[in-house]
Design a protein around this ligand. Sequence first.
Ligand SMILES: [Zn+2]
Length: 460
Amino acid sequence: MKCRILVCILLSALLLGGACLPALADGDPYAAYPFPVNQSLQGKTVILDPGHCQGSGGAYADYVEHVHVLRIAELLKTDLENCGATVVMTRTDATKQHNLMRMCLSNSVALGMVRGVKEAAGAADDVAEIDRLLALMASIRQDESLVPTYFNSPYDYSHTRVIHPDLKKIFEYESDPVVAENLLFVSLHTNAPGSSDTSISGCITYCLNNSWSDSRNYYTAYSHVERSKRFARLMGEQVAAAADYRNRGVSVNDFFMLREHNIPAALVEAGYHTNATDRAKLMDEVYKKRIANGVAYAIVEYFTGSSAPSGGETLPEETQDDRVTSSVYRVSSQGVSGVPLGTDAAALLGNLSSQDYELRLTDAAGQPKAQGGVVTGDVLCAYAQEELKGQFPIVLYGDINGDGQIALLDLLMLQKHLLGTAALNGAYLRAADVNHDSRAALLDLLVIQKYLLGTGTITQ
Ligand SMILES: [Zn+2]
């Protein structure tokens, strides 16, 4: 079909980017992947740690890890700031710096938050002590030679090192709820396997665990491990969905950027740069934006704690409704679904029955509809003695604009909804839940994209 081919070309340009694909008409490679602008992260601070720097970290073929993760962090920073978050970057360029300098920075951010609480409470002793610890962090940042005194660096593989009392104090201050509830540390990396196997691909996230490998951690009272684990899980799910990666799950590790502070934290290995497919994505601007959005959605979900993150929302629960029955379709309090695209109105009515009511179909404007293709927004009406007793909107999954088809316009309508610029309601919102998880969210957008590209299906 001509129209199908056009959609494919347009979507390829929108979604895949890359040198071999035509540029977008408006010149904005991110037009297809905007992030909601709202205040969902107001009052929250996110420390973004783009891994490595000049002279350190993964290089493979023409790929340099620190360059690409910094770009993802920049895109992510914009997403988060658009949601009202304060973002602190552990580095903004490739300049070489000692890894533990980043930990001095993150500890300083957390201490600053606790200091505000203590000062407001008039706890002068705590404020003085925090000021001393802040000065200590600042001095280490000035003098790299102090690093081994305070941090587990170089890493003690015998696992006998005892945490420095000042760092322990910092960790104890960081167990304050102000940190737990308002601060998050995110480290961005890309992966290479221990072997030379270039077939390994996908996304892994890491977090700490107080009991990891028989307490090899040199500190075992991290107060945020459950939060960190939850965030790591969310980040893995969202990044895998956003970049179309296999999600390889959450692993436990005591990487320095997870262990040298007591802040909720997780690390993402957002693909394997040793795998040709992953690497092509990681080097692509649009995929970088998709990965950034995935992390951002996970951060919003982590902080808002609602089941309605991802710029989306949980749909009203469906309950059984026995007034109308069908052996072909699903009928619930929320309407009629399970209707194949292209179903004729007469055929629809023929597959529905009611003991007590006469069933008629109307269009969204309330006009009788005895024939013609059924679309999202049509309404099955149940009458008793010419009195309207019940209404069941028709839901065709993916037909979000109510024209009976699944096309680019449907994708754009869901996108606008997620961005908050044009809200979907009722049957149209339900039609957007194409993956049937009772949410209209980013993942649905991805399912529609795949459908339009011919690489995925939408079930009714
Ligand atoms: Zn790395």
